[in-house]
Every structure is written in C-alpha cells, then in structure tokens.
Design a protein around this ligand. Sequence first.
Ligand SMILES: [Mn+2]
Length: 255
Amino acid sequence: MGMTAEEGARPIVLVHSSDVHIDDGAGKGPGNGNTGLAAILRTAEALGADLVLLAGDTFDNPRVSRPVLERTGELMAASRIPVVMLPGNHDPLLANCIFRRAGLPDLAHVGILGLTHDQAIVFDHLDLEIRGKAHRSFDDMHPLLDSHPRRARRQVVMAHGHYVPDEEWRDQSHRSWLLSDAAIAATGADYIALGHWDRPTPVGDGSVPAYYSGSPDLAGTVNVIRMAETVSVERVQLHWAEGDEVPEPYRSPSR
Ligand SMILES: [Mn+2]
C-alpha cells in the first residue's frame, strides 16, 4: 500500500531525555523520585511524540525502594507513547535488575535495549531502527556499537558515555565510557541520543547529529527530534505538574 505525499512528508517526532536518576527522593528537586520521569512523559504526550528515548541512568542506583519502582511502573504503563530505554552506568543490567523490579519488561510498549531486545529495536510503522549498547556492569566499556547495516530507512543510535573532543583526548583518557569524534562519526546514524551528562549540548564533529539531552532537573528541557527529509533538533521546556518541586529558573515558562 502506497503512502500519499502528505503521509510521506509527516515528520516523526522523538523525545530524548536521560539521567532522570529516579531515587527514593531523600533530597529536594525534580530529579528525585519519579517527578522527572512524569514530566518527560507529560511533555512527550503534549507534543504528540511518536517515541520517547531515555538514554541511560533512568534509575539512580540498584537499591531504589519498591514503592518508588511501583510508581515508575504505573507511570510507564500509563504512557500512550512507546518508550525505549538504554541501561546506563547507574542502572546497568545486573542480576535481579531494576528494570525487572519495576515491571518494565512486561509492558508491550516499553523496549529495554539489552533486555527485551538485544541491540536493536525496529519500529516498522515509523520506518525507524533504534540501536544501543547497554551497560551490563559498573565497569568501563565502549558505549557505542559498531556500525551496522540499517534495518529501516531511519537509524537512531543511543549511547551512555563521556564525550571527549580530540584536543582533550590525552588529558581525559583516564575516564570511563569514552566517546570520540571518530566513534560518533563512524555510526553514520541520523541522530545519536546521548546520556551521562546533566548538561544539554551537541557534541562531535558535526558529521552526525549527536546530542546530550541533559537531565530533567538541570536542563529543564527535553530534546525534540523531528525526522523527515532532514533532521531537526530543538530543546522544549518540560511540563512540570502543579505541586512539583521545580527549580526556580524553570517554573514560569514550563507551565
Ligand atoms: Mn551516567
């Protein structure tokens, strides 16, 4: 069945966030508990997004308590938008992993790279492949997969690691989960959804669009990627709920 010109031209809309750091909410601020996740899902729904990407460290640590994880499961179950999650260095795929304890693999619209799918998830109706390499321990690893022939017209890569520009490589090579300009360029992807930094910023040499989204509490935004003939990326303010503890700079524009 052919598509009309209009259907073919409709961009697909991805919402990218990372470093939500769901925890037991001992401190203050929207990074605690499920406030950040709720804001991301609410924002994605308001945008009419096709897909949400969470690029690692969704959970702060493996010991998040059951009531908080149950709330995470409820929020994700209520999402009308599919979500793809990449395990990061704070929430690696350990035995009795936190994703299972939150009941997330049971949700048909939630894909967890390395858990529900090995290295790739294909969304046929979006003609889109999402690839990513899960953290499986707290140890160092190369956060990008080797490039791979596309299984769909569009290909997005997710990665959780620390970008270092060429000129700083010698000073920073002791760090873990390093991402270089060359490794980013070698993916040949249409977009790379990065996590690990709280700060939202594009990185790389510009040959492949590669962006950190930043964390909900520090950035106060999500990255919104529109893919049609070209790819555009913009930051959109998170929609916090009434009563959320939101940092002052983000209060007025996001309501
Ligand atoms: Mn991290």
